[in-house]
Design a protein around this ligand. Structure first.
Ligand code: A3P
Length: 325
C-alpha cells in the first residue's frame, strides 16, 4: 500500500477544500474527546465577557473602571497592541488558541475572578462575531455607542496625533468628503473615520451569532457624564457579585473634564493625554454633512433599538435624529 507523505497529503487536502485552510477555533472544553487530547490545559483561562468597541467611544475608560473591581481581571498586556489582544479581528487569530489563553491567568485554586478583554477593533470586524461565537458562545459582549459623527472626529484627531500624513495634510472635512478617486491612504483614513459608526449594520452582524440577551449597549455619553450609574447597570447585566459602588472610586476632574479614578491618597488618576484630547469644535458644514451621511444608519439603529427593547436608547441618538430631520 502506497501513500503520500503527510505534507503532500495536507497540500492535496487543502487544494480540494480551500475553505478549510482558514481555522475556526472552537472550545476543546466543550467536547470530552477534545478535552482528553488537550488535557491538562485549564478550561478556565478564557474571558467571561468582551468589550468589543468600537474605537473612540470610551473603551479605555470602561476598561480602566472595570479593572478597579477586585474581582474583575483583564488580560495581560500584549507587547504590540498594549492592553488589547486583538485576537479575533486580525492575524493574531492564526497564532491559535493557546496563544490567546496565555493572556489570561489560570483561576485554578485561586479566588474566582471575572475575566475579560477589551479589543475595540472587534465591533466592526467582519469575521469577529463568527469566531467569537465558535470559541466563547456563552460570553457576554459589551459595546459602547456614541454619536458616530463625534466618533469619526475623535478618530481623525487620533490619527493626527499619531502622525498620519493624510490627517496632517487634509482637513477633517476633506477626509470625510473624499470620493473614491482620492488617493488610497486618504480613502483608508476616510473609511476608518466613517465605517465603524454604521452601528446598526455591525450590530446586526453580531446578532447573527449571539442572542441579544448576551449583548449590552452602553450609552457613551452616559459613560462620560455619569460613569457611576453606567458601572452599576453594567455589573448588574454581567451578574458581578459583589457589585462595587463606584461613587467612591470615581470623581470628576475639572481640569481633565472627565471622571477619573480616586487613588488611596484621595488624588485622582486620569487616563493619559491620548484619551480626552482637547481639539477645536467640528466645522458646521462637516457636522451637517455627517448628520446627513449617518441619517439612514441612525434610523436603522433606532429601529433596531425598538425591536430589542431591553437595549438602552442613547440620548445622543434622539438628538442626532432630531437635528438631521
Ligand atoms: P477624545 O480623546 O476624542 O475626547 P477610546 O478609549 O475608545 O479610544 O475612546 C477615547 C474617548 O473616550 C475619548 O475621546 C473621550 O471622549 C472618551 N472618554 C469617555 N470617558 C472618558 C474618561 N473618563 N477619560 C477620558 N476619556 C474618556
Amino acid at each position: 500500500l502506497l501513500t503520500a507523505s503527510p505534507v503532500q497529503l495536507g497540500e492535496k487536502y487543502f487544494k480540494m477544500y480551500p475553505d478549510e485552510g482558514n481555522p475556526l477555533w472552537g472550545n476543546p472544553c466543550y467536547d470530552a474527546r477534545h478535552l482528553k487530547i488537550w488535557f491538562p490545559k485549564p478550561c478556565d483561562q478564557l474571558p467571561h465577557f468582551l468589550i468589543i468597541g468600537p474605537q473612540k467611544t470610551g473603551t479605555t475608560a470602561l476598561y480602566t473602571f472595570l479593572s478597579i473591581h477586585p474581582n474583575i481581571t483583564s488580560n495581560y498586556p500584549n507587547a504590540d497592541t498594549f492592553e488589547e489582544i486583538q485576537f479575533f479581528s486580525g492575524n493574531n487569530y492564526y497564532r491559535g488558541l493557546e496563544w490567546y489563553m496565555s493572556f489570561f491567568p489560570s483561576l485554578h485554586n485561586g479566588t474566582f475572578q471575572y475575566l475579560f478583554e477589551k479589543s475595540a477593533t472587534y465591533f466592526e470586524g467582519e469575521l469577529v462575531p463568527r469566531r467569537a461565537r465558535a470559541l466563547l458562545p456563552h460570553a457576554k459582549l459589551v459595546t459602547i455607542l456614541t454619536s458616530p459623527t463625534n466618533r469619526a472626529y475623535s478618530w481623525y484627531q487620533h490619527a493626527r496625533a499619531h502622525g498620519n500624513q493624510m490627517a496632517l495634510d487634509y482637513s477633517f472635512h476633506q477626509v470625510v468628503t473624499a470620493n473614491d478617486t482620492a488617493p488610497k491612504p486618504l480613502r483608508e483614513l476616510r473609511n476608518r473615520c466613517l465605517h465603524p459608526g454604521k452601528y446598526s449594520q455591525h450590530l446586526e452582524r453580531w446578532l447573527l451569532y449571539f442572542p441579544a440577551q448576551q449583548i449590552y449597549v452602553i450609552d457613551g455619553d452616559q459613560l462620560k457624564s455619569n460613569p457611576v450609574k453606567t458601572m452599576v447597570d453594567l455589573q448588574h447585566f454581567l451578574n458581578i457579585t459583589p457589585s462595587l459602588n463606584y461613587s467612591s472610586q470615581l470623581r470628576f476632574n475639572p481640569k481633565k473634564g472627565f471622571f477619573c479614578q480616586v487613588m488611596e491618597t484621595n488624588q485622582t488618576k486620569c487616563l493619559g493625554r491620548s484619551k480626552g484630547r482637547k481639539y477645536s469644535a467640528m466645522e458646521e458644514r462637516t457636522l451637517k454633512f455627517l448628520q446627513r451621511y449617518y441619517l439612514s444608519h441612525n434610523t436603522a439603529l433606532m429601529k433596531l433599538l425598538k425591536r430589542i427593547t431591553f437595549w438602552s436608547f442613547p440620548s445622543w441618538l434622539r438628538e442626532e435624529l432630531a437635528e438631521s430631520a
